[in-house]
Design a protein around this ligand. Structure first.
Ligand code: 6PG
Length: 470
């Protein structure tokens, strides 16, 4: 029998969908899961695609049935399982073979795994995949970290199964070793910020304006036709317009207000902090999820401080709704700017050479944060006039046009006791970013006062101390 072009390890939701996608694009795929029953079931359910699928119940069979140099996509739980399966599979492989860990792995693990390989071991690729089950099945966005030779071997399959944006496949090599997983981590950090900002605006519409979920859904649907056009806005509109078949109420109204998180958004904030790069909107979004899960304390605090009257006093509701749209756009620009700065810093620190415009390009379709807006980002970086999005001419114009609305909205929300952790962080970041004379002179003075840490002066060069306590 003709050998497979690629092997798949793990037939959970992501693995099985990606394997079907690969088969559908005409490639042969050998599939393995540690539960043989899952392999058989998958093969049985594959229908017409089964002639492109080689079911394997052992690693030996998987290796035997895959064409050299053999690439194996791992879609298994991140962490220890990746180490365990790598250790088992590498015993059967040659040095030209490639293990592609495609889970939401910590890039530090990816770097460590690569380092641990000997000269005769297969190579290791860390690949971030975004787009969930639907993306895996019909076109995902894929961020690859590894060697160019490994990428060349797997690129034909990846190009075929990636989402397409105007004929361009949403997959690219982000750089060596951990670069792919790092970019995916930042994708998720941005995803958190984007979702949080949308939720904050939803809060104003629900609690400040007293609108119903379907009415808010209609507003988001309208916004989806403008500058905010994106997958997240589109699904927000759909979610808000959906009714719970059991109770007849809006589905969103009976969902518990405590957000889960698996960790990658938090990693983005941690990595930014570790490098001393501000990512305050992303951090705020991670923090907001944590606050959301403190339900009992929040209930107690509301009892203690009293229930706020969130009503936003308005003269012109339609004008305010337009302002909310602009505010969301400005907040989003600042959050994305932060995410790209974090990637650039990591790229420098690790010598990865992450192509920022390409990152934006492969996020235009397939991934959770996909949008038209990312095409604008790609073009802004292509122009090469600035590395920080907030200084690229196109985004300077956008911020000039929309940041006033963000300021108005954050101010109104503060007076209405409507929490806006991410949007207000975005605004403060923007305001401090564009302020040439900040207030850290006082912090320097304080540091010098209590710890003799020294400071620089505006009027002459050198390291100085103040006359404190003199
Ligand atoms: C994607 C998503 C995905 C992530 C979920 C849940 O790009 O397809 O980022 O990888 O696992 O969004 O993440 P949380 O549980 O942390 O919200």
């Amino acid at each position: 029998m003709e050998k497979a072009d690629i092997g798949m390890v793990g037939l959970g939701v992501m693995g099985s969908n990606l394997a079907l996608n690969i088969a559908e694009k005409g490639f042969r795929v050998a599939v393995y899961d540690r539960d043989p029953a899952v392999v058989q079931q998958f093969y049985k359910n594959a229908g017409a695609l089964s002639d492109k699928i080689i079911p394997c119940e052992t690693f030996e069979a998987l290796v035997e049935n895959t064409r050299q140099p053999r690439p194996f996509i791992f879609l298994i739980k991140a962490g220890q399982p990746v180490d365990d399966e790598t250790a088992r599979l590498r015993l059967l492989l040659d040095k030209q073979d490639i293990i592609i860990d495609s889970g939401n792995s910590d890039y530090r693990d990816t770097v460590r795994r690569l380092k641990a390989l000997g000269p005769n071991d297969p190579t290791f690729v860390g690949m971030g995949i975004s787009g969930g089950a639907e993306g895996a099945r019909h076109g995902a966005s894929m961020m690859v970290g590894g060697t160019e030779a490994a990428y060349e071997r797997i690129a034909p399959v990846l190009n075929a199964v990636a989402a397409q944006y105007e004929g361009e496949a949403c997959v690219a090599l982000m750089g060596p070793d951990g670069a792919g997983h790092f970019v995916k981590t930042i994708h998720n950090g941005i995803e958190y910020a984007d979702m949080q900002m949308i939720a904050e605006i939803y809060g104003v519409l629900r609690d400040g304006l007293g609108l119903s979920a379907p009415a808010i859904g209609d507003i988001f649907a309208k916004w989806n036709e403008g500058a905010l056009n994106s997958y997240l806005i589109e699904i927000t509109a759909e979610v808000l317009r959906t009714q719970d078949p059991e109770s007849g109420q809006a589905m969103v109204d009976i969902i518990l207000d405590a957000a889960g998180q698996k960790g990658t958004g938090r990693w983005a904030a941690i990595e930014a902090q570790m490098m001393g790069v501000p990512a305050s909107a992303i951090e705020a979004a991670v923090g907001a999820r944590a606050v959301s899960s403190m339900r009992a304390e929040r209930a107690l605090a509301e009892k203690t401080y009293g229930t706020a009257d969130h009503t936003v006093e308005l003269e012109d509701q339609a004008a305010f709704i337009n302002q909310l749209e602009q505010a969301l756009l400005a907040g989003k620009i600042a959050a994305y700017a932060q995410g790209f700065v974090v990637m650039q810093a990591a790229s420098k620190e690790h010598g990865w050479n992450i192509p920022l415009a390409t990152v934006a390009r492969i996020w235009r379709a397939g991934c959770i944060i996909r949008s038209q807006f990312l095409d604008d980002i790609a073009k802004a970086f292509d122009d090469g006039e600035a590395d920080n999005l907030l200084l690229t001419p196109a985004f300077v114009e956008k911020m000039k046009a929309s940041s006033g609305a963000l300021r108005q909205v954050v101010a109104k929300a503060a007076l209405g006791e409507l929490p806006m952790p991410a949007l207000s962080a975005a605004l403060s970041y923007f305001d401090s970013f564009k302020q040439s004379r900040g207030t850290a002179n006082l912090i320097q003075a304080q540091r010098d006062f209590f710890g003799a840490h020294g400071f620089e002066r505006l009027d002459k060069q050198g390291d100085f101390h103040g006359p404190w306590g003199a």
